[in-house]
Design a protein around this ligand. Structure first.
Ligand code: NAD
Ligand code: MG
Length: 388
């Protein structure tokens, strides 16, 4: 019999950076949470290790060729094993969990998350691309199925925390903070030569490869502006980005009286993960605390849009709307993975995205199918540019 006092968490993307940290949070709060479903794309050995430790009801391995290995390694346990892309949606549609942690990276996270919403399951949302691609439809469905979407992204968790108790009060502006990434202050003549290993060295956060590159190009902040727009029902001109290299203030909300609220803390993704899983309760922990008595200059500056042109492209997509953010996201995913394979230069990612955004026909009010088609079209065009 399941323990009904515990919240049963389905971690989609359990082998990633967010997924692993979520399992640490669950392990530290085993009286409150249990891992019910774990999914991985291709890291079968880590998935098996996690399943042995957390004894979930179900695991899904995306890569079907590894099904037999996972099944054999988990023989003798009660864990059910599924495989393949469709299994992610089938499992998201099941009843036996209480909350989905959407921690798959990229467009691949969209379909299972939509299924969970249609299934009435609350979402702890790490996968920002879901809202970048189809934020209007995802948020409409969340309202329709009365599903709360609790952000895990640290900036959005900060904004969410600032808004608790403010339901009747209008937001004037939301200020998203950005660390600036590993190349803060650098110019194009430097960036032209940077390689994957350098881009993966983030000064404040340890994250998956894709988001690390997005942080280095500032595309991550552009994706986050679009994510914030949908999560908090904002107009594009209510969003501002400020570079704050210390990553202590995680974002700010300015209200109609000019008052600013900020959420602060040391940079550690376990905190927003724990907040989303436990909401509305704040759970005690022994994470290190920020100490105001130590030398602690907190600094702020404007982003350099001339150098980090991806952010400018994302702002253009935010204002234009329609299928443009979806197209931009697809080209960005293609560009980032090509860069990670040393097949595309750092600055060339921007050209790939810009050309794809110009090429794929604009659709002002896309359907879900339009979004899938625009994503496919953008990937096909970007691939044709990459093979030149
Ligand atoms: P990651 O690359 O470390 O992990 C991604 C996970 O998704 C893995 O479990 C992998 O198996 C799974 N996955 C990858 N491709 C898949 C596919 N095609 N189908 C099914 N599963 C697939 O990524 P991450 O850094 O943990 O980021 C996950 C999401 O959270 C991203 O959208 C990212 O933008 C967001 N996010 C991450 C952080 C962070 O600190 N890592 C912070 C804020 C937001
Ligand atoms: Mg973030």
């Amino acid at each position: 019999m399941p323990d009904i006092t515990k919240k049963r968490i389905a971690i989609f993307g359990s082998t990633g950076s967010i997924g692993k940290q979520a399992l640490e949070v669950i392990a530290a709060n085993e009286n409150l949470f249990e891992a019910e479903i774990l999914t991985a794309h291709s890291n079968a050995s880590l998935l098996v290790e996690q399943a042995r430790q957390f004894n979930p009801n179900i695991v899904v391995i995306g890569d079907e060729s590894q099904y037999a290995k996972v099944k054999a390694d988990l023989s003798g346990t009660d864990v059910k094993v599924f495989a393949g892309e469709d299994a992610l949606e089938e499992v998201a549609a099941m009843d036996n969990y209480d909350m989905m942690l959407a921690a798959i990276v990229g467009f691949a996270g969209l379909k299972p998350t939509l299924k969970a919403i249609e299934n009435g399951k609350p979402i702890a949302l790490a996968n920002k691309e879901t809202l970048v691609v189809a934020g209007d439809i995802v948020m409409q469905k969340a309202v329709q199925y009365r599903v709360p979407i609790i952000p895990v992204d640290s900036e959005h968790s900060a904004i969410f925390q600032c808004l608790v108790g403010e339901t009747r009060n209008k937001i004037e502006k939301v200020i998203l903070t950005a660390s600036g990434g590993p190349f803060l202050g650098k110019k194009p003549n430097y960036l032209v030569n940077v390689k994957r290993d350098h881009a993966l060295q983030h000064p404040n956060w340890s994250m998956g490869a894709k988001i690390s590159v997005d942080s280095a190009t500032l595309m991550n902040k552009g994706l986050e502006m679009i994510e914030a727009r949908w999560l908090f029902n904002l107009k594009p001109d209510q969003l501002q980005v400020v570079i704050h290299p210390q990553s202590i203030i995680h974002s700010l909300v300015q209200f109609e009286d000019g008052s600013l609220k900020a959420q602060m803390g040391l940079p550690d993704m376990k905190l927003p993960i724990q907040y989303a899983l436990g909401f509305p309760q704040r759970l005690p922990n022994n994470f290190p605390r920020y100490d105001f008595r130590k030398p602690n200059a907190l600094t702020f500056e404007e982003p350099d849009l001339k150098t980090f042109r991806n952010l400018g492209l994302a702002i253009a997509a935010l204002f234009k709307g329609g299928n443009l953010p979806c197209v931009m996201n697809a080209a960005n995913e293609m560009g980032v993975y090509a860069f990670l394979r040393n097949r595309l230069g750092f600055l060339d990612m921007t050209d790939l995205i810009e050309r794809t955004m110009e090429k794929v026909p604009f659709i002002e009010k896309p359907t879900l199918e339009d979004y899938f088609n625009s994503d496919a079209e953008a990937r096909e065009f970007a691939a044709s540019l990459l093979s030149l």
